[in-house]
Design a binder for this molecule. Structure first.
Ligand code: PLP
Length: 409
């Protein structure tokens, strides 16, 4: 076994290693295998820096980033205001915990309340944590109101990987080997209201739903379906919980997707795009729903710390300014995609786009990477695009040319 004796022996982000030879992407593949869990299928590319919609790997090759770290890099890379806010906050203080009043957290919450119309905010670090909190809230709300604990969710949904959110995820493939999972979750078809109506009753605590199924392959919920679920919740006094972890913060063209559908959820969960790359999640709720989570019911050590919420403030301000352009970029991208060979269908919700192919998506993903375009094969024959919201008309044009070149072959 090789012993590490000094920090200098460890690889750093300089593009040179001890021998003086240039670092290659491939060098990291073996290193990763020897030190990291093998739970991801990683592409053999290691990045060194970026700006806007572009990333550069350690060999100096540039890529148009059309997956944005899975709908996370809402402001692209090295956004000057985000860099400035994070640096400035690091120079003041990063963390003090929720034992104290946190001005940055309060400001970010006030902004979310102003933008959403909901009334209370809880911060955590990720999407699964946000849903975990929402599930606990639903159970507590039900128990305080003399209702049952059932939570209804959709087939093909994705709500996260921790035990509670996993139990709420309607995809048996994610469950396999991890049973027993927390009980009380039931699954019904997406965009088909009748089975939900039949299942509803006084023992239902909540319905948990994505307005667009992102991980499931980019399937937008219909207006009728989502409104139907909301009405069922009203009628039966259950909580209507919308998972906007992927769709929130401008992704679909509105600040929140539920706004464009004129829905009135009791609880909304957020994460991915909210920090522009800084880990943060949030639960927004009505005052009435939030009230059940009193002192001691839940907590999160890092949740809403000064660094993460300083970043979120900048993201919220900047995304508001970008909202006007998102539809236009989306239309440009969709109309270009529809003309490409092997494309059999395009489903778009703003800049969250699913592209159905009649060939294997993974092969296309790898060929695009080779040509300097990052996309994600979300299903066997479906690509997902979730580019930074700052992308330009020229970025879209260039991406379409690369993808056209790959699919034309
Ligand atoms: C990504 C995602 C999650 C999980 O978020 P993590 O930050 O990976 O825990 C939950 N719900 C939806 C809709 C997502 O897209």
């Amino acid at each position: 076994m090789k012993l590490i004796t000094t920090w200098e022996n460890l690889s750093d982000d300089e593009p040179e290693i001890q021998s003086g030879a240039k670092v290659k992407n491939a060098d990291y593949v073996q290193q990763a295998e020897e030190c990291l869990f093998g739970n991801y299928r990683r592409a053999p590319v290691a990045f060194s820096h970026g700006f806007g919609s572009r990333l550069f790997d350690v060999e100096g090759k540039g890529y148009l980033d059309f997956i944005g770290g899975v709908a996370v890099s809402s402001l692209g890379h090295a956004h000057p205001r985000l860099v400035e806010a994070i640096s400035a906050q690091a120079g003041r203080y990063l963390h003090a915990s929720n034992l104290y009043q946190l001005p940055e957290q309060i400001k970010a919450a006030q902004m979310l309340i102003h933008l959403s119309g909901l009334e209370r905010v809880f911060f955590c670090n990720s999407g699964t944590e946000a849903n975990e909190m929402a599930i606990k809230l639903a159970r507590k709300h039900a128990s305080e109101n003399g209702r049952g604990p059932r939570i209804l969710a959709a087939h093909n949904s994705f709500h996260g990987r921790t035990m509670g959110s996993l139990a709420a995820t309607g995809n048996p493939a994610y469950h396999k080997g991890f049973e027993p999972l927390p009980g009380g979750f039931e699954f019904f078809p997406y965009n088909e209201l009748a089975p939900w109506e039949a299942a509803m009753g006084p023992d239902v605590a909540a319905i948990l739903i994505e307005p667009v199924q992102g991980e499931g392959g980019v399937f937008p919920g219909t207006l009728e379906f989502l409104h139907g679920l909301e009405e069922l919740c009203r009628e039966h006094k259950a909580l209507f919980i919308i998972d906007e972890v992927q769709t929130g913060i401008g992704r679909t063209g509105a600040m929140f997707c539920y706004h464009s559908h004129a829905l009135r959820p009791d609880v909304v969960t957020l994460a991915k795009g909210l920090g522009g790359g800084v880990p943060i999640g949030a639960v927004m709720a009505t005052r009435e729903a939030a009230a059940v989570m009193g002192p001691g019911t839940h907590g999160c050590t890092f949740g809403g710390n000064a660094l993460a919420t300083a970043a979120a403030q900048v993201v919220l301000e900047e995304v508001e300014l970008l909202l006007m352009d998102i539809d236009e970029r989306s239309k440009q991208l969709v109309s270009g995609l529809e003309k490409l060979p092997h494309v059999t269908g395009v489903r778009a919700a703003g800049l969250l786009i699913g592209v159905d192919l009649d060939i294997e998506a993974k092969t296309v993903e790898l060929a695009c990477m080779e040509q300097g375009l990052l996309v994600n094969s979300v299903r066997a024959q479906t690509l997902r695009l979730a580019p930074p919201l700052v992308l330009t008309e020229e970025d879209v044009q260039e991406a379409l040319e690369i993808l056209g070149g790959v699919l034309g072959k």
